[in-house]
Design a protein. Structure first.
Length: 314
């Protein structure tokens, strides 16, 4: 048990430290946004680029991992959609629930966890998660949110085009693409360039966790607590369970089974709390309260669920 706590405690202690630093006035809430911009626009893109340029394509293109993560995520979307539909939940709140249960925070929380567990593979795991989340899981959630409005067919197509463009313009995608181009072209980056990427990447972990904690302070915690609880259970229990099921079924359809480390990594990736801007998406539909309750509950609840998962998987 002490081995498990040695992994989970530093992660959530850093989050708690960020929360306390804003709560007691050491930092302002606006400071957290600046830190978040640095992590998202500089540190994590450098991390993705560095992770790819040091490896060959066979190491990076883990189709089995991506298939498990994608199938488990889509299954979670389908299950939450069915559950909330049976409860006669409105379309916007249902979409908020589906997105919260199926979109983990692989960059700000998942990567620091993977860095402690699988330091040599953490960057690749982040890259694989990034592709599935940003090109499949998050777009499905956004489409469901937009579908709760009365849109014409042309408006939906315009929305999908704008969504794809926004993904392609993100610094994280640029970092991923740059790393792929350098890796496939065989260009040798000078040692000084590698050290620069590594230095920027090393700054991502602690700062991301600190920023997560600070950003949780001041969130509006008034909303449908029953729905928020369902979202938390969906994110921390249902999502990793369905990903584990997908991993177990993978060999039955003729695909290679995951290695031991990647099997643990894909389940743990699904068990991360939802991504931070989840509340921003919910705000546009008037449900930021329930999203905030779910985000806070899942972030701190993950201390328990991740500890249990690590004990089971080990």
């Amino acid at each position: 048990m002490l081995d498990i706590l040695s992994i989970t405690f530093p992660i959530f202690a850093a989050i708690a430290l960020g929360f306390a630093s804003v709560r007691f006035g050491m930092f302002a809430e606006s400071d957290m946004r600046i830190m978040g911009k640095y992590v998202q626009n500089i540190a994590l893109p450098a991390l993705l680029c560095a992770a790819l340029v040091k490896r060959d394509l066979a190491e990076v293109l883990d189709i089995s991992y991506m298939a498990v993560f994608a199938i488990g995520g889509v299954a979670t979307i389908g299950a939450m959609y069915a559950i909330l539909t049976l409860q006669s939940t409105g379309p916007a709140r249902r979409a908020v629930g589906v997105m919260g249960a199926s979109c983990p925070n692989s960059g700000f929380v998942g990567y620091p966890v993977m860095l402690l567990l699988f330091p040599d593979k953490a960057g690749i795991i982040l890259a694989l998660n990034f592709v599935v989340e940003n090109f499949l899981l998050i777009p499905i959630g956004l489409v469901l949110l937009e579908s709760s409005r009365d849109l014409t067919h042309k408006s939906r197509l315009r929305m999908l085009g704008a969504l794809l463009l926004s993904i392609l313009k993100r610094p994280l995608f640029v970092g991923l693409l740059a790393g792929m181009v350098i890796m496939l072209s065989g260009i040798d980056i000078p040692p000084a360039g590698i050290r620069l990427l590594d230095m920027l990447a090393a700054s991502a972990s602690a700062l991301a966790l600190f920023m997560i904690g600070g950003s949780l302070f001041g969130l509006p915690l008034k909303g449908n607590q029953v729905l928020a609880t369902q979202i938390v259970i969906g994110k921390l229990v249902l999502h990793p369970a369905l990903v584990a099921l997908a991993a177990a079924l993978l060999p039955m359809v003729g695909m290679p089974a995951l290695g031991a480390d990647m099997y643990k990594a894909v389940i743990l990736s699904a068990a991360m709390p939802m991504f931070l801007i989840y509340t921003v998406f919910a705000l546009d539909y008037g449900h930021e309260g329930v999203a905030s309750i779910a985000l806070v509950g899942a972030t701190f609840g993950a201390f328990v669920t991740l500890s249990v998962l690590l004990a089971v998987l080990n």
